[in-house]
Design a binder for this molecule. Structure first.
Ligand code: ME8
Length: 514
């Protein structure tokens, strides 16, 4: 066992029927922020993302592209790995459901569910949506504008009648309800938890978990006429990467149950109903939390290929810069709620929060130190009440932001840091160190020292959101790499006087529309 506490966080694994868009980048970014935060806060982190490569939807997309499913998956899966590189995602593993380790885990889970009496063979007759990869009851269908019956998501459905294995989901109603009740934060936000609870309270039907009408998937053990339903295959990725079926391994013991599965609100039911039921059925502990975030629209409209308004994350990073995009996506929307992507809001955030607030504070104060204090952090004199007030605010920030992160309130975490950035700006302007340079140089030194210390801590806390820019600021201050963890926050490890600093370079340029 590691001496550090463990933290296992996962993204959904993305279908390779489509290239990555802003929605995918958003989910993984949120997980990246949480993973980076936890590492800096002393946890041993396993951060998993990957691609969901089986199922009819992918099989059809490959055929449309004139490729074999495997060739097609190799190409599209690579785009998701490219995105991880461009966005500087710090995932520890990237799983592909076509890997052998995953097939082994799926078949082991299946056998366990079978041995425990939760699987039986029967016939399925009902509606199926390939786009959603989901079964629907007659009562769940809705009529579209053309009076055709479609899935609640608007996706077309087809009638399916075939032999199928079933999972006895109906046996898990009580267990699921007590899982939601006993551990109050298993599903967040609370509104989503209530939706899930009422779905379960409405009664659960057994779930068809195999298909015979296509081939692209994991074969059912001892009956390879049947291919596993893509969702049982996909959800299993979370235990595959933790080492399943080697449940006695250090890795599995350390990281299972997962601390959090981050998902979009569209796939909550699969994660909050089916997945804990599969795990309980296999005698494994259900995950600690499922957090469903909201969806992005673009200028008020649903993002879709047919509307031609898909936002390409690679293009955004090219145009605005990586840390700017990371900051905007995490700050603009209350995490858990839907949000609207709008170019002007992005530019406003870059110019006000980054260039004006943090950028100017750093550039003004560090340039003064560089020019007036022999290029080194000055020695402070006795601290005034104003100095102490600002330092107290900075010193207690970790306690508050840690609480935000533990509730996945990522935008709140940034709001709190920016409250301190704003207080530091007010302090700096009010103290007028440029005037003190003539009237009271010792007091100027104290003001510059206090401001540099505030910037040090703000930069350490900004690393999970803006790793490159925070590193630039910490490099300017010459803070050693091994002194950038959260144990260096607070008053115990103040910035060292006489530490020479590098010539400050602007970290957050203004965005000027050309
Ligand atoms: O559902 N806004 O994969 P997927 C925010 N393979 N997030 C969005 C979004 C938007 N407009 N559009 C998509 C699958 N997302 C399955 C998951 S997990 C075992 C299997 C995000 O490629 C959101 O997180 O359709 C959503 O859940 C995910 O992309 C769906 O990706």
């Amino acid at each position: 066992m590691s001496a550090k506490p463990s933290y296992y966080i996962t993204t959904p694994i993305y279908y390779v029927n489509d290239i990555p868009h802003i929605g995918h980048a958003y989910t993984t970014l949120a997980c990246d922020v949480l993973a980076r935060f936890k590492r800096l806060d002393g946890f041993e982190v396993l951060f998993l993302t990957g691609t969901d490569e089986h199922g009819q939807k992918v099989e059809k997309s490959a055929a449309a592209a004139g490729k074999t499913p495997k060739e097609f998956c190799d190409i599209v899966s690579q785009r998701f790995r490219d995105l991880a590189e461009v966005m500087k995602f710090s995932n520890d593993d990237f799983i592909r459901t076509t890997e052998d380790r995953h097939k082994r885990a799926c078949q082991a889970l299946w056998n366990k569910l079978l041995d425990n009496g939760h699987i039986y063979l029967d016939k399925y007759a009902g509606w199926y949506s390939v786009r959603d990869e989901a079964f629907f009851g007659e009562n769940e269908l809705v009529e579209n504008k053309e009076n055709i019956k479609v899935a609640p998501t608007g996706a077309p459905v087809e009638w399916v009648e075939e032999e199928s294995y079933f999972f006895k989901l109906s046996n898990f109603e009580e267990k699921l309800l007590s899982f939601y009740e006993n551990l109050p934060a298993t599903v967040l936000p609370n509104t989503r938890k209530n939706e899930v609870k009422s779905f379960v309270e409405g009664g659960l039907r057994d779930l068809s978990i195999s298909r015979t009408s296509f081939n692209w998937g994991v074969p059912v053990p001892d009956n390879d006429k049947h291919i596993m339903y893509v969702w049982i295959d996909a959800l299993t990725n979370y235990i595959t990467a933790a080492g399943y079926p080697d449940v006695g391994s250090e890795k599995f013991k350390n990281f299972w149950p997962a601390d959090i599965h981050m998902v979009g609100k569209d796939i909550l039911r699969f994660h909050a109903v089916y997945w804990p039921a599969f795990l309980m059925g296999a005698g494994l502990e259900p995950s600690n939390r499922i957090f469903a975030h909201g969806w992005w629209t673009s200028d008020g409209q649903k993002i879709s290929k047919s509307l031609g308004n898909v936002i390409d994350p690679f293009g955004l990073v090219d145009e605005f810069g990586l840390d700017q995009v990371r900051y905007f996506l995490m700050r603009e929307v209350s995490f858990g709620k839907d949000g609207d992507f709008n170019r002007q809001s992005m530019i406003n955030r870059i110019n006000s929060d980054l260039a004006n607030d943090l950028g100017n504070l750093a550039q003004r104060s560090l340039s003064m130190i560089y020019k007036n204090c022999d290029g080194a952090i000055p020695c402070p004199d006795a601290l005034s009440l104003d100095d102490k007030t600002l330092l107290d605010m900075v010193d207690c920030l970790l306690v508050y932001v840690r609480d935000c992160i533990d509730k996945q309130a990522i935008n709140k975490y940034l709001e709190l840091i920016w409250k301190v950035v704003s207080a530091a700006n007010i302090y700096f302007t009010a103290q007028e160190p440029w005037a003190l340079k003539v009237t009271d140089p010792a007091r100027m030194a104290t003001v510059l020292y206090v401001t540099a210390e505030a910037i040090r801590q703000i930069s350490i806390l900004s690393q999970p959101i803006m790793p490159d820019s925070a590193a630039k600021l910490l490099n300017t201050l010459n803070i050693p790499i091994n002194e950038r963890g959260f144990e260096y926050l607070g008053g115990v490890h103040r910035i060292t006087s006489k530490n020479s600093i590098e010539k400050p370079q602007g970290v957050f340029p203004r965005f000027i529309e050309t």
